[in-house]
Design a binder for this molecule. Structure first.
Ligand code: CU
Length: 531
């Protein structure tokens, strides 16, 4: 008899032995449960967010005044590199996989992820990869000073920290690919009867598409860094002009990965926002089908725009025009999504609990980042803005106020489901307002600095940039401290608090929790909840 037929919590005395349930640390190391693994992904993501945040605050401290005060120029460059790699591969991507693990099986009615043991392996590859990445700081020569893009020829000249980084990227890529195979297989094969693809919650759709993107581009990144490795140690000249190679080739290969990577980071956030806004508007999501098609359109277009990161390398005019207009076209499906979210809220019974506040913060600030993206997509302007703080401001509006705010919204939205307790709404609102205000204090001035010509990734600057840099540094510390409020809110919710009712958001509709959006049309207006 298979142990799978045993009732949950019962003693599974299967023929040939007694089933063993490990406890303590062994439970977490050996778990194949999607919720456990989701929890580990989320805590890993938060830990990396703190590590990358400490790097960012060190950078901001150095930039508080012109001249060198805190770190050496070499260390500054290393922190720039690691801040990027840690935030992208350690915080944002694993965070999204954490939500996927927790919610996709619940949302489609699957018993677990399709490959439960591979799921365990996907997670447990990450901590050693992160350690290897950070180890770069402690080896001779330190971590790469190239920035997260690892451009040659500098990346070929760097010390062994570069090799550690390449190895770490390989391992994290393997983890992502396994995670993606798991998500695609789960969604395609393990949906409950009646859960057709076009009835799936939008979050599942966003991850299905993201997983395909990951499988398409992670091997490309692996190829790029492997070519770097062989150029460094095995005598090839892929990127070495002296041997007949071309450093610009690396940029093409890297950004063929790197631009879809941006959408890998933002699409799951779109999915999360599409769950939160309908619930707190007490209305079904507006334009479900168009939301799905917009996701697909963004994913396809994301493969056609990579050279907008290379507008200054001397592309032919026809190439510049193609990449410029293709990039601008992404604003169309993205606009469809933003207007659908607005239409979802239109005449809804909106309440402003923390998840909805973060979703609205996302909407305002992500859209700002989208607009500045349109601006830097214009090649003649980009020639001026390339490598200035304007670009730094642009992508932090997309990554932080976009993806990170969506993660906060989703965390508060599902915490009662995950823990059985309500979080403290007052504390969560402090977290939101701290994050929202200080995010803008930290990053909005970077637009001005960039417009005035301040270069990015440089530890020193001319006197006239001092004032806005000081404002930005104050904002960065405020933003960092606000995240301690988040930690407090989450930990106190796990340890206790008001028991969560069946429908904590007063939805009284099928919009809540795990049921498919869009909900039936009779779900509005909201009847009172009887607990
Ligand atoms: Cu791009």
């Amino acid at each position: 008899m298979s142990s799978i037929t045993q009732p949950i919590g019962g003693h599974a005395d299967v023929a040939g032995g007694h089933e063993h349930h490990p406890s303590g640390i062994m439970r977490w190391i050996t778990t194949t449960n999607h919720k456990d693994i989701g929890t580990m992904y989320l805590w890993f993501s938060f830990t990396m967010f703190i590590v990358g945040g400490v790097f960012a605050l060190t950078i901001r401290s150095e930039l508080f005044e012109p001249g060198m005060q805190i770190v050496t120029p070499e260390r500054f460059n290393q922190l720039i590199t690691l801040h990027g790699l840690v935030m992208i591969f350690g915080a944002l991507m694993p965070g999204a996989v954490g939500f996927a693990n927790w919610m996709i099986p619940l949302q489609i009615g699957a018993p677990d992820m399709a490959f439960a043991r591979m799921n365990n392996l996907s997670f447990w590859l990450l901590p050693p990869a992160a350690i290897m990445l950070l180890l770069g700081l402690f080896v001779p020569g330190g971590a790469p000073e190239t920035g997260w893009t690892l451009y040659p020829p500098l990346s070929i000249q760097q010390g062994m920290g570069m090799d550690l980084t390449i190895f770490a990227i390989h391992i994290m890529g393997a983890s992502s690919i396994m995670g993606s195979i798991n998500i695609i297989t789960t969604i395609l094969n393990l949906r409950a009867p009646g859960m057709t693809l076009m009835k799936m919650p939008l979050f599942c759709w966003s991850w299905l598409i993201t997983a395909y993107l990951l499988i398409a581009v992670m091997p490309v990144l692996a190829g790029a860094v492997t070519m770097l490795l062989t150029d460094r140690h095995f005598g090839t000249s892929f990127f070495n002009a002296a041997g007949g190679g071309d450093p610009v080739l690396f940029q093409h290969v890297f950004w063929f990965f790197g631009h879809p990577e941006v959408y890998i980071i933002i699409l799951p956030a779109f999915g999360l926002i599409s769950e939160v806004i309908p619930t707190f508007s007490r209305k079904p999501l507006f334009g479900y089908a168009s939301m799905v098609y917009a996701l697909c359109a963004i994913a396809i277009l994301s493969f056609l725009v990579w050279a907008h990161h290379m507008f200054t390398v001397g592309l032919p005019a026809a190439g510049i025009l193609f990449y410029m207009y293709a990039t601008m076209m992404i604003a169309v499906p993205t606009g469809v999504k933003v207007f659908n979210w607005l239409a979802t809220m239109w005449r809804g019974s909106i309440t402003l609990e923390a998840p909805m506040l973060f979703a609205l913060g996302f909407l305002f600030l992500f859209t700002t980042g989208g607009f500045t993206g349109l601006i830097v997509a214009i090649q003649p302007i980009d020639v001026q803005f390339q490598d200035t703080y304007y670009v730094v401001a642009h992508f932090h509006y997309v990554m932080v106020a976009g993806t990170l705010f969506a993660f906060f919204a989703a965390t508060y939205y599902w915490l009662p489901k995950w823990t059985g307790h309500m979080y403290n709404e007052t504390v969560a609102k402090w977290h939101f307002w701290g994050s929202f205000i200080f995010f803008n204090v930290a990053f909005f001035p970077m637009h001005f600095l960039g417009l005035a010509g301040m270069p990015r990734r440089i530890p020193d600057y001319a006197q006239q940039f001092t004032n806005w840099n000081q404002v930005s540094t104050v904002g960065a510390f405020g933003f960092g401290l606000s995240q301690l409020i988040f930690l407090y809110a989450v930990v106190s919710c796990i340890r206790g608090g008001k028991p969560a009712p069946a429908k904590p958001w007063d939805g009284a509709t099928s919009l809540e929790w795990t049921l498919p959006s869009p909900a039936p049309y009779h779900s509005f207006p909201t009847p009172p909840v009887v607990q």
